[in-house]
Design a protein around this ligand. Structure first.
Ligand code: FO1
Length: 316
C-alpha cells in the first residue's frame, strides 16, 4: 500500500543521513530524492557524482560512515598505482568506488542519461527509494575567489575549501532542464523537504535548474527545510564561512532568508531555539529539535520532526 509521497531535495552527507531517518519512518517507495549534480567532476576521465553516490551508498548501507562519503572498507590500489606512475590523485577514489564510476562513464559515453545510469545503480544496489539527479544536463558549481573562478571539487578538495568565497555560479544552469520525473514528483508530492544541506552549494544548484524553483514557489503542499547551521556553525563543510563571506546571517535565520518564498516551516536545533520568534515573524513556522544526527535514533527523530512540520503522519 502506498502512502503520502515525499520529495526530498538533497545534497551529500547531511542529506543522506537525514534520508536514513526518513526511510525509517515511511515506505521507501513513497520517497523521491532529487539530488545535486553541481559538484560532479570528471577526474582521471571518470565521471564522479559525489552527492548522488553519497545518497546511494548511505541508503544501501555501503557508505564509509566515518568519512561520510565513499565505500566502507574500500582500498586504494588503483590510486597508489597511478601515483607511482607520476599522476597526482588529489581526488581520492577507492577501488570499489572506481568500479561504479567506470560503469557510469561508459554508459554515459554510450548515450545513457545520468538519470538512467542512476536508476540502474539504484536497482542493482537495492535502493527502493527513487533517486533522480536534478538534471541530466551539464551543470557545474563554480566558486569565485580572489584567485578567480575555481571548479567546485578543486575548491573543496584540492584547496581544502580555504579560499574566501566571493560568489557562487552554476555554470550551464540556464540551459538545463529538470531530469524526467523531477517536476512530476514535485507536483505529485504530499510534502517537500529540503534536507540539512548547504543552501548555497547543495540546494541552490538544484533550484537553479529552470522549472524547479518555480515548482516549489507554486507548491500546494507544505515545504519544510532542515537547517544545516547550528549555533553559528555548520555541522560539516564550509557552509558557515560561505554564508558569512557572502553576507548572509550565519544562523537558521540566514538559511530561512535564502529559502524565502519556498518554505512553510523550518526545523532548527535546540541550540537555536531563541531564534524561533524572529523566524516566525517572517511567516515561516518553526519546529525545534535535535538536528545533530549522531545515531540512527537521532536521524529518525529529526525526520519525524520534519515530517510532522510538513503535516505528514507516518505509517510506522
Ligand atoms: N572529499 C574530500 O575531502 N576528499 C576527497 O578526496 C574526496 C573524494 C571523493 C570521491 C568520491 C565521492 O563521492 C566523494 C568524495 N569526496 C571527497 C567528498 C566530496 O567532495 C564532497 O562530499 C561533496 O562533493 C560535497 O557535497
Amino acid at each position: 500500500m502506498s502512502g503520502p509521497r515525499i520529495v526530498v531535495l538533497a545534497g551529500g552527507v547531511g542529506a543522506a543521513r537525514f534520508l536514513q531517518g526518513v526511510l525509517s519512518l515511511v515506505a521507501h517507495t513513497d520517497v523521491t530524492v532529487i539530488g545535486n549534480v553541481g559538484d560532479d567532476v570528471v577526474f582521471g576521465g571518470l565521471h564522479v557524482s559525489p552527492d548522488l553516490d553519497t545518497v546511494l551508498y548511505t541508503l544501501t548501507d555501503a557508505i564509509d560512515e566515518e568519512r561520510g562519503w565513499g565505500v566502507r572498507d574500500d582500498t586504494s590500489r588503483a590510486l597508489e598505482r597511478s601515483r607511482a606512475l607520476g599522476f597526482d590523485p588529489w581526488f581520492w577514489l577507492g577501488d570499489l568506488d572506481i568500479g561504479l564510476h567506470l560503469a557510469r562513464t561508459a554508459w554515459l559515453a554510450e548515450g545513457s542519461t545520468l538519470s538512467d545510469v542512476t536508476s540502474r545503480f539504484a536497482q542493482a544496489m537495492g535502493l527502493r527509494a527513487r533517486l533522480i539527479p536534478c538534471t541530466d544536463d551539464r551543470l557545474r558549481t563554480v566558486i569565485q575567489t580572489m584567485d578567480g573562478e575555481i571548479d567546485f571539487q578543486e575548491y573543496f578538495v584540492k584547496r581544502g575549501h580555504r579560499d574566501e568565497v566571493h560568489g557562487v555560479r552554476f555554470d550551464g544552469a540556464a540551459g538545463t532542464s529538470p531530469a524526467p520525473g523531477v517536476l512530476e514528483a514535485l507536483q505529485g508530492a504530499a510534502a517537500i523537504l529540503l534536507a540539512p544541506s548547504n543552501p548555497l552549494i547543495s540546494i541552490a544548484p538544484i533550484l537553479a535548474v529552470p522549472g524547479i524553483r518555480e515548482a516549489l514557489e507554486q507548491r500546494v503542499v507544505r515545504c519544510v527545510a532542515v537547517s544545516p547551521i547550528v549555533a553559528g556553525a555548520a555541522l560539516r563543510g564550509p557552509a558557515a564561512d560561505m554564508l558569512r563571506s557572502l553576507g548572509h546571517d550565519v544562523s537558521p535565520l540566514g538559511v530561512v532568508d535564502l529559502y524565502a518564498g519556498l518554505i512553510d516551516a523550518v526545523v532548527i536545533d535546540d541550540a537555536d531555539a531563541q531564534l524561533a520568534a524572529a523566524i516566525e515573524a517572517r511567516g515561516v513556522s518553526v519546529v525545534v529539535a535535535d538536528t545533530i544526527m549522531r545515531s540512527a535514533e537521532a536521524r529518525r527523530n529529526l525526520a519525524h520532526a520534519a515530517l510532522q512540520a510538513a503535516g505528514i503522519a507516518e505509517r510506522t
